[in-house]
Design a protein. Sequence first.
Length: 303
Amino acid sequence: MRGQILLVLAATTIVASACSSSKAAQTPVPPPQTEQTHVEPTSKALVKADSMVLVEGGAFKHAKSEHYGKATKIASFYIGKYEVTQQEWTAVMGGNPSAFKGDDLPVEMVSWYDVVEYCNKRSLQEGLQPYYQIDKTKTDPNNKSEHDVLKWTVTIQADANGYRLPTEAEWAYAAGGGQLSKSYTYSGGNHVDEVAWYWRNAGDKYLSGDWSWPIIESNHGRTHAVGGKKPNELGLYDMSGNVREWCWDWYAETGASASDGSRRVNKGGGWIGDVKSSELAYRGKFEANGFGPDQGFRVSRNA
């Protein structure tokens, strides 16, 4: 297990180094490139009836959001109450790529491409219209990454009722409590240990001092069962910490008119990250074909 994590640790170095205020910036190692092969599922998805939460749309109420006081408005949508679990993933995809095994643990070691495929397959299993059109034979002209060897062309069917990734704005709106927002620093509160699993509290004992991978590893840092911390104002769990969550969007620097087409957005931080990455304002980025033991997601759907 530890050897496997060391192999993918390079993919998470950028998160850990960027989030540790006590460390100087490090040059990130390009993330691993992979195309995982999944076995076709043999059973129906095991999904709780209350696994989705309706997020009422409107303007941002979270006073610390970059969208607060602006014209940005979010349409109503559904989002997963929890991060997608390994049980849910296996029921749809037929296999489990996660470094840490457990039905109620969030699935990890999944790339952005893996999760859009999951969304479509789960939609078909449940009789819904797939939201994505995935062309693996055509290179995405918008993908400028030097490290992504897949570069599938993925487009949306905006009116489809199937599962999808939230946009970055939708994720931020929901994590911040939507219309019920109390403008917390983290999703669900201002005290990080009450709402998030991150590097200090994700292992056998609570850690102090500076971020250090050898210390985290020897402390058996890991993911935790979904729903183990306090929920936010909308009843959503783990939107700070546990695993970083993929969003639909290309990453663009704040204030930029367009992205450079090299990385996709992830939000929320994970068990490897420092406290800063668990803040709602934090914006992560990752190669679409990258994966790591702290990289997962949650699903959303049109209302």
